[in-house]
Write a protein that binds this ligand. Structure first.
Ligand SMILES: Nc1ncnc2c1ncn2[C@@H]1O[C@H](COP(=O)(O)OP(=O)(O)O)[C@@H](O)[C@H]1O
Ligand SMILES: [Mg+2]
Length: 325
């Protein structure tokens, strides 16, 4: 009997629905359950062929447990090694190589030195920064946000150089990026599962949280939807995420990828709505079963982004092949 586990925190609706859905499919030889963890011994395997991770971003102990599990062959979704290494500035940089449009973005050093360092520790950095060049490149209005993080924390919408410097002083030791603001006509949030199933949802980030997933949305041009779907697949193949959401702001008919590193995306029925919830439960259950069937004992069962393959094999970067996995 191969086990499929789900590791989760405070969320309530998705984990139970996921377990019930997998088990309701009556696939011989597979069972889903809430993951159980007790003593974590180095090098020792877990009971799980597949583990869906919804919480290790907040619980470092779980992240370490998952790496140990992956080493012993568990297909951890998402890849805990890659997730630990990833951040938003690299995400954007990678997109410039695989043909996904992103807003102009620069990385900035933290306003304050990191703990226990001083100006000597950062003496390779030219001072002052070439602010004129930076502001000319990005322009205003601009978004100013942490290079790693989520949940709209420390996200600033800025309209001038003065506003920028005021915000910069507030950000202390955070490493931030400054990004062109996209004045959008439409905004989308898209689930992508197993680098194959895509659900495009109209999303209104200007609404309060519970109203952001637009109910009864107006129709969208087929060409735009096709481009978004292609971009979602390019993003997730390049980065190697099996369970992710990607957000796009559309300006002049062009989707700009805004936030596409959400490896434990919100899947609560109260926020995404019943239809999106049903979609994600079904897609996640099917993915888990596929991955459990493909699972090979004691081998790497993780997904890696195809950009890594291109580094290792010195190949040209491509965003759309589905070979990693
Ligand atoms: N470059 C941008 N252009 C337009 N809107 C943006 C831009 N960057 C961020 N936003 C808005 O701010 C919100 C939060 O930013 P985001 O990058 O998603 O940070 P977080 O990871 O904290 O959610 C987005 O959902 C979007 O509405
Ligand atoms: Mg976001």
């Amino acid at each position: 009997m191969k086990k499929i586990g789900i590791l989760f925190g405070q969320e309530n609706s998705f984990p139970q629905a996921f377990v019930d859905r997998v088990n309701s499919k009556n696939e011989k030889g597979f069972i889903a359950e809430f993951a159980k963890i007790n003593m974590v011994e180095q090098g020792a395997p877990t009971d799980y062929a597949v583990l869906i991770d919804r919480i290790s971003q907040d619980i470092p102990f779980y992240r370490a447990y998952l790496k140990n599990a992956a080493l012993n062959g568990t297909a951890v979704i998402n890849n805990p090694f890659w997730w630990s290494a990833d951040e938003k500035f690299f995400n954007n940089a990678l997109m410039t190589k695989v043909g996904v449009t992103v807003p102009k973005t620069v990385l900035l050093p933290s306003n304050q030195h990191p703990p226990d360092t001083n100006e000597m520790s950062m003496r390779n950095l030219e001072y002052p920064l070439d602010w004129e060049r930076i502001f000319n490149y990005v322009g205003f209005p601009a978004f100013f946000k942490p290079f790693a993080g989520g949940g709209w924390k420390n996200v600033y919408h800025l309209h001038s150089v003065d506003e920028f410097f005021q915000a910069y002083h507030e950000t202390g030791q955070l490493v931030m990026m400054l990004q062109e603001a996209i004045d959008f006509t439409e905004y989308f949030r898209c689930y992508c599962l197993d680098r194959r199933d895509v659900r495009i949802m109209q999303y209104d980030p200007k609404q309060p949280h519970h109203l952001r997933y637009v109910r009864n949305p107006k129709p969208v041009e087929a060409k735009l939807l096709k481009r978004i779907e292609e971009d979602v697949l390019k993003i997730n193949n390049a980065l190697g995420y099996d369970f992710n959401t990607a957000e796009f702001a559309v300006r002049d008919g062009i989707p700009y990828a805004i936030d596409f590193c959400n490896p434990a995306p919100d899947a609560a029925i109260d926020s995404v709505g019943e239809e999106n919830f049903e979609w994600v439960v079904e897609a996640a259950a099917n993915m888990a079963i596929r991955r459990a069937k493909k699972h090979k004992e004691k081998q790497n069962n993780l997904t890696w982004g195809n950009f890594i393959e291109s580094f290792v094999n010195v190949k040209e970067l491509k965003g759309n092949s589905n070979k990693s996995g």
